[in-house]
Design a protein around this ligand. Structure first.
Ligand SMILES: Cc1ncc(C[n+]2csc(CCOP(=O)(O)OP(=O)(O)O)c2C)c(N)n1
Ligand SMILES: [Mg+2]
Length: 563
């Protein structure tokens, strides 16, 4: 009879998983003992937070479920940030933790933490395993809930005695719950109202969120947008769902979105939302958001509706079902001519002002970097100013081409996530862009990159500050730069060498002339063409800011620009 640990791995393998990320310890040892010959490859990171972010990178870049494994107590608590991150950004993730022996649960045993209780608010579903026999059912449910509907994280906590005990095993099982009302909204009745709303609209717009990608509805959405031909913009996770050079596309919306997108959203009288939850980074001050808009919301998760304002038409269901229905009906409907509105919203007087001042070399650097990337590239960004500059400048039509921690905004995400992305996409060029602060939050994963010889191109935008916080201090706290100074940063290139990774440095001055200097060109080219891991520290002006910026509490139209 197989042991619980072996049953877990066989069930995981049956879900199509061949790669997991983790870190061993006492309570999870039986699972590690059973790895060999299981068909499941385990990637040892250097911290459990690295493992869970790497699993997220794997999941975010493929749409498949990511798996992270840790021991009880400190191993489990180290997973928590990643679980919260996956919840916010709807990433399918299964976390498996070892737990102390069942009889010891509740006794404050060594390395006992109630990870089930601790993550209840962060998971879609979770379970503390109570018998070996229930393992196949639990694993099947875990994968089902992680990937079904709006994807998200689940947690399976397994006491070590369950992993060690043997039981009869009749193979992995399927889990198919009864459909709930929200799962079965798939007829075309909503289209009558949709068409009526559009016929009355003078300034319609479309807002694209991550849900379009998660449901696999990108190509139908693109056809729908071509049919509508109305001003369109995306959240940071919606980018790439729209082909960026479409004449109706206005770029990213929100706190650091484009002037055109924010103005159009504030002026619209009919807002079509596709798979976005409308958080405050997108809406600006919620009470002043899109004040004239009647809202149509395509969404799989009904709990996301009516959060900012009641929507007039909720279209609940999988976007892969509802968008094609809308497309079919709208193609044959007679819709108003919105040429004038489109011309205003997409017109030259709303186009971006070229970067001025201190941000100029960084913007130039990113433009030069991105222009050299092959089509098959994925950019993974950390959190801070560099993230927003990268989001503003990277224009890819690849739906999973830009990966970042958007909802939680977890510094330290990018490097380990890039590991998962590169492992899942060995033929892609993976560029990891971090700040000097965030890079140091999971710097230990350089060891994982080196050990696996992953050809990740790691950029550190080194402004010697926790730049995004410093920007707020400059603008809203009277330049009181309390505890954001990083001028004692380590020598990142030397750190790369210490981990066996080739490093180089580029200074902002090399990007200031009419034409980028040849030294900088060579640095960028050799950096990108290498087949090995590479690190590039870009030293940029410390006090550059990201613009446009909608201050917290302001409406989207009240953007600040560089003076
Ligand atoms: C784990 C975590 N701690 C704190 C923050 C708050 N925070 C947001 S951006 C930022 C500064 C990031 O600095 P850096 O990595 O150097 O990037 P920069 O903004 O300078 O480009 C901080 C501290 C966060 N988002 N995540
Ligand atoms: Mg910084």
């Amino acid at each position: 009879m197989p042991k619980g640990a072996e049953i877990v791995l066989r069930c995981v393998r049956a879900e199509g998983v061949d790669l997991v990320f983790g870190y061993p310890g006492g309570a999870i040892m039986p699972l590690y003992d059973a790895l060999q010959g299981s068909g499941v490859t385990h990637i040892l990171t250097r911290h459990e937070q690295g493992a869970v972010f790497a699993a997220e990178g794997y999941a975010r870049s493929t749409g498949k479920v990511g798996v992270a494994i840790a021991t009880s107590g400190p191993g489990a608590t180290n997973l928590v940030t990643g679980i919260a991150d996956a919840k916010m950004d709807s990433v399918p993730l299964v976390c498996i933790t070892g737990q102390v022996r069942s009889p010891l649960i509740g006794t404050d045993a060594f390395q006992e933490t109630d990870v089930f209780g601790m993550t209840l608010a962060l998971t879609k579903w979770s379970r503390l395993v109570r018998s070996v026999e229930e393992i196949p059912e639990v694993i099947a449910q875990a994968f089902y809930w992680a990937r079904s509907g709006r994807p998200g994280p689940v947690m399976v906590d397994i006491p070590v005695d369950m992993l060690k005990a043997s039981a009869e095993f009749h193979g992995p099982v399927d889990f198919n719950p009864h459909p709930k009302p929200s799962d079965v909204h798939n007829d075309s009745t909503f289209c009558e109202t949709l068409i009526a709303l559009l016929q009355q609209a003078k300034k319609p717009v479309a807002l694209i969120g991550a849900g379009v990608k998660l449901s696999g509805a990108v190509s139908d959405l693109r056809n729908l947008l071509d049919c509508l031909n109305i001003p369109t913009f995306a959240t940071v996770h919606g980018m790439g769902a729209v082909v960026p050079d479409k004449p109706y596309y206005l770029g990213m919306v929100g706190m650091h979105g484009t002037r055109a997108a924010n103005m159009a959203l504030q002026e619209t009288d009919c807002l079509l939302v596709f798979g976005a939850r409308l958080d405050d980074r997108v809406t600006g001050e919620p009470s002043r958001f899109a004040p004239h808009a009647r809202i149509v919301h395509f969404e799989v998760d009904p709990s996301q509706l009516d959060r900012v304002r009641p929507c007039e038409l909720p279209v609940i269901g999988d976007l892969a079902e509802t968008i094609p229905i809308a497309l079919e009906q709208l193609q044959s409907a007679s819709l108003p001519n919105w040429t004038t509105w489109r011309a205003v919203a997409c017109g030259p007087e709303r186009s971006e002002v070229d970067a001025r001042g201190l941000a100029q070399p960084t913007i130039r650097f990113l433009d030069e970097l991105f222009s050299r990337l092959p089509d098959k590239s994925i950019v993974v960004a950390d959190v801070g100013q560099h993230q927003m500059w990268a989001a503003q400048r990277y224009r890819s039509s690849s739906p999973r081409g830009f990966i970042t921690s958007g909802g939680l905004g977890a510094m330290g995400f990018a490097l380990p996530a890039a590991i998962g992305v590169q492992l899942a996409n060995p033929d892609m060029t993976v560029v990891c862009i971090s700040g000097d602060g965030g890079f140091q939050m999971n710097i230990q994963e350089l060891a994982t990159v080196h050990r696996l010889n992953l050809p990740i191109k790691m950029v550190i935008v080194d402004n010697k500050y926790l730049g995004m916080v410093r920007q707020w201090q400059q603008l809203f706290y009277d330049r009181n730069y309390a505890e954001t100074d990083m001028s004692d940063n380590p020598n990142f290139v030397a750190i790369g060498y210490a981990y066996g990774i080739n490093g180089r440095r580029l200074r902002a001055e090399a990007l200031l002339g009419e034409k980028i200097n040849t030294g900088a060109e060579e640095t960028l080219d050799s950096f990108l063409h290498s087949t090995k891991p590479e690190l590039l520290a870009f030293e940029c002006p410390p006090e550059a800011n990201v613009y446009p910026m909608v201050p917290s509490g302001a409406a989207l139209s009240e953007m600040l620009f560089e003076e």
